[in-house]
Design a protein around this ligand. Sequence first.
Ligand code: MN3
Length: 360
Amino acid sequence: MFFHVQQLINDIEQDEPDPGAANALQEGLGGQFGEMRTMMQYLFQAMNFRGPTAKPYRDLIQGIGTEEISHVELIGTTISRLLDGSPRYSGKPTDPVDTPGSGGATPLKIALTEGNIHHYLVGAQGALPVDAAGNPWLGSYVYNSGNLVLDLLYNLMLESTGRLQKSRIYEMTANKTARSTIAYLIVRDQAHENAYAKALETLGVDWKKSLPIPKTNAERFPEVKKLLDLGLQSKQYSFDLTNLSEAGKIFQGMSPSNDGTTLDASEQAPAGVPSVIAPERYEEFAPGADTELLELIQATADMELAEINAFYGPTGAAPEPAGASPRAAAKPKSASSRTKKTGSKETGSKESGSKETGSK
Ligand code: MN3
């Protein structure tokens, strides 16, 4: 089962709205080689996995699949941020998106000329499960043959293509909001390339000099360089609260990327950053609350909440999983200190306040 932490896996930098960049990022979310596919492909491969002795490979795929859920969340949130407020954007007069109908009778006029009209017409300045050409995400993208070597080969191809496309998107936009997320995903794609390449190495493949794909650590992208200096291309997290993952048996030793680094699977999860709720957008009727509804919403927000004992891990005495090793003793690694900090009330109201008054 899955838990959710009210944090984003990486920080999204603040910058101007940019509907064109938002649409380019849709390929990284709902495209054939996007985050929705990596998430679904690895989760299906993990669910359908066969061969109990191959558990380390299942755990590796499962752990990466779990990370991909957070990548979907990160890139989707980034697209929303790039779109949010773009119709009434009034920043630099030279900016090409500075042609809103703000204050006039057509506040959503921007939808006719910038990016994807569905971002304004179907959604309310938010991400959609489609690619950059508007094609809906397809379940048939998911590859799961049940043959371990074939599945690992496809996964390596998927990460490499994702990384190639993100490197191209990086070169399409200088927007800091877009680039902060693209850079992070380029580096994490490389970590996952390393993971699948290493898994194939254990099965007899010798990569020699083919990796990474594309054949660069992308250090010439400054945002990527920063993350490489932190070694993020050589880490894989377990995302495992039960301490049962054996993925570290595979993700260790020298990196197949030939960058002189050692693979490290010792961390449960990255620290993450607080997530905030986007402000209301009146021109989209979102969330569309009038005075009466707002009073009811406020009344709910003001209600007393039962105290939940918040910590990372299952609450009750969990049944021992079949075939579990003695390591199975569930031991949540992080305690309550982290979960309580980001109250939704607090961050929600702060965000809508600051955005609406237009600090731009
Ligand atoms: Mn990913």
